[in-house]
Write a protein that binds this ligand. Sequence first.
Ligand code: SF4
Ligand code: SF4
Ligand code: SF4
Length: 291
Amino acid sequence: MIATDPATRIDFASLKSGGIIMQREDDFFAIRLRMPGGVIPADKLPMIADVALRYGRGEVRLTARQGIEIPWIRFKDIEAARKRLAEAGLSLGPCGPRFRTVTACPGLPICRKALADSQRFARMIDSRFSGQVLPHKFKATVSACPNACSRPFESDIGFCAATEPRLERDNCNGCNLCLDICKEKALTIEGGLPMLEEGRCTSCADCIDCCPTSARRAERSGYSVYAGGRMGRYPMLGKKIADFVDEEQGMKIIQRCLDFYQSHGNKRERLGDVIIRTGMDEFVAFVLKEG
Ligand code: SF4
Ligand code: SF4
Ligand code: SF4
């Protein structure tokens, strides 16, 4: 990979870090937009189309991480294209060894299964950390229930909302609806009441939603946190490091993950590999320590 072309003195690495990615064909670049949670206001779409038609080849592409790219922009047109996008309030997404734009599922109030406002949390994370320079790329995502549609296990750090149920015995009428609805078969009848079996419950809250008497209620809610996941040539799923954290605690965990990554990570080493090299126990102790 050429960092700087000696003939043109174009610094490709610096362009890429700002969301302008060199294409295979000489002189052409793709511009990647910053879209936390994969959301963009509809009134910005005409400007994206305008830039694609005016400076590109009239096409846009969707990235694997919920973004939009405008390809086929000539080098001479990059500044004009970026200016037009900026005028519409659109900024470019960070690339290279940086904290990348945060992805998220729709969450509340859109998805019927949602237990949290994943979009709000994604925007919070993005506005605090996006673009931060790190040893390698760093991806974060938020899902609003254990269905994990935005694939939190595949990110360097992933959040997955969960709600642990508890039973208010006096309110239970024994209808067994919760037993029927639980996909995990995590409930069994004991003493005439539906009791939770250790280790099977995914905290999806389906049994809370279906209970006609509100006998099933939320005991604890928050995000489960997964660290060290990635896709690519050597895929690896993240490991759970915390349960039922709120947004503020989640932000602290991210900050500590980044501190650990900065101090222990080698250049071009993903967080998952750093965790394997240094040991999960050391990583978790650092990230979750009080104070
Ligand atoms: S993860 Fe859950 S809340 Fe988010 S889109 Fe999927 S089903 Fe809906
Ligand atoms: S759905 Fe509610 S009322 Fe019915 S068995 Fe379950 S906890 Fe009891
Ligand atoms: S929260 Fe979900 S997995 Fe757990 S008992 Fe209720 S329905 Fe089953």
